[in-house]
Design a protein around this ligand. Structure first.
Ligand code: ATP
Ligand code: MG
Length: 382
């Protein structure tokens, strides 16, 4: 079976690595260069998008900001999964919030903003501070403002107005203001839904962000009540969208109550630990779901952590001397802060994982890899 992935980055690459043993062949479409390429070598197939759509059996994606003409072509072929509704919700916070409201899944209170008065109103409605986010085109904390006092309204509005003005009639731009949630921690859940509606869900993952970017994820024992809330949200949202494939949901945990931050209609950075912490990784399960194969086991086999490699030229070879540590390199050009790769580490128990994280912390400098040591110390206390 041949599968086309929209997007030719690390997620398409990791999908292809898991697809090969299933006898699934992946081609990737780079929306920037408009080339159909091999997801590992990035060599061009010298094929148009239209030809690739006709050639493959199934089409999927590694990101949600898909140009509308490309999405329409793919959806019209009847081969595209997870489906248009999911991509629209993942790529536009106003649609995402409407979906959350409709399904009754709790999320941060918000107000939609298209003019200055809405911003003024949101202060009285939601209080200060406010987290303000562009509805379209944000990722890794980009396209966000924090409004801490009413004195900042004029300055922040000037920047917001510029974003709104850049929209067109066909693709209007909007912004939402969200109540700042005083969360205890951030978690996410990742699961797969197949074409018959079967669902397989991984254990909830705890995520640490630094400057708005994910730096470390931890998959260990999780409170059953928290897991159940995540499962309920996953079931409601994936069923509402008639979703096929892997879906990620990010949450704020406020005193044991989950509140959705956002959804990502794709495999997700916070699920990379599944490459060695479970029998069937998120990449394999996504491939299985879209290809019409039975879903694989999502149970936690080993407690695991994933450490992002941001902006580095390489991963220290020393990390490979620690057992159950694997490095994953994406082969991209180096840029400050860019996701260049990740490191997975697993163990049989929390204390064994803490031990390996301490060894990693000796190799990986705190300024480049924040939170490795503190996570180890926290696991020891737990
Ligand atoms: P990514 O693509 O990395 O997931 P993003 O650009 O889509 O990021 P969000 O996930 O919405 O943006 O926000 C980035 C981070 O900002 C969150 O992980 C969280 O730490 C913080 N944040 C976002 N919204 C709120 C909120 N309402 N209250 C408190 N913190 C928030
Ligand atoms: Mg996010």
């Amino acid at each position: 079976m041949n599968i086309l992935v929209l997007g030719a980055g690390q997620l398409a690459r990791m999908m292809s690595l898991e697809a090969a043993p299933l006898n699934l062949n992946i081609r990737a479409y780079d929306v920037g260069t408009k080339q159909v390429v091999h997801p590992l070598t990035l060599q061009s197939f010298e094929q148009t998008l239209e030809d690739a759509i006709a050639f493959v059996d199934v089409i999927t994606c590694e990101f949600e900001h898909i140009p509308d003409d490309v999405l329409t072509l793919c959806c019209d072929s009847g081969k595209f999964f997870p489906g248009k509704a999911a991509i629209k919700a993942g790529g536009d916070r106003s649609i995402e919030k409407a979906l959350l409201d409709k399904t009754g899944v709790p999320s941060a209170p918000y107000k939609l903003i298209t003019e200055k008065q809405h911003l003024v109103d949101s202060v009285s409605l939601l209080g200060l501070p406010l987290v303000i986010k562009t509805c379209q085109a944000g990722y890794d904390g980009k396209g966000q403002w924090r409004l801490k006092s009413v004195e900042q309204i004029d300055t922040i509005w000037a920047e917001m107005a510029e974003f709104i003005k850049a929209g067109t009639e066909a693709f209007p731009h909007s912004i939402i203001a969200e109540k700042m949630i005083p969360f205890d921690r951030e978690v996410s859940v990742i699961g797969a839904r197949d074409k018959a509606g079967n669902i397989a869900i991984y254990p909830v993952t705890e995520n640490q962000h630094t400057n708005g970017v994910l730096t470390l994820s931890l998959a260990a024992e999780i409170d059953l009540n928290v897991q159940q809330q995540a499962i309920d949200a996953f079931n409601k949202l994936s069923e509402k969208m008639d979703y096929v494939g892997v879906l990620a949901i990010e949450f704020f945990d406020v005193g044991g109550q989950l509140m959705v931050n956002e959804i990502a209609p794709r495999v997700h950075n916070s699920g990379h630990w599944t490459q060695q912490g479970t029998v069937c990784s998120q990449f394999e399960n996504h491939m299985r779901a879209v290809a019409g194969l039975p879903l694989g086991d999502t149970q936690l086999q080993k407690v695991s952590a994933m450490i992002n490699v941001l902006g580095q030229a390489s991963i220290s070879k020393q990390v490979l001397s620690i057992s159950d540590v694997k490095s994953h390199w994406y082969g991209k050009a180096q840029r400050i802060g860019r996701k260049m790769g990740h490191i997975n580490v697993s163990a049989e128990s929390n204390s064994a994982l803490a031990n390996k994280l301490l060894q990693l912390a000796d190799i990986l400098p705190e300024e480049d890899y924040p939170g490795v040591k503190s996570t180890a110390l926290r696991l020891i206390e737990s």
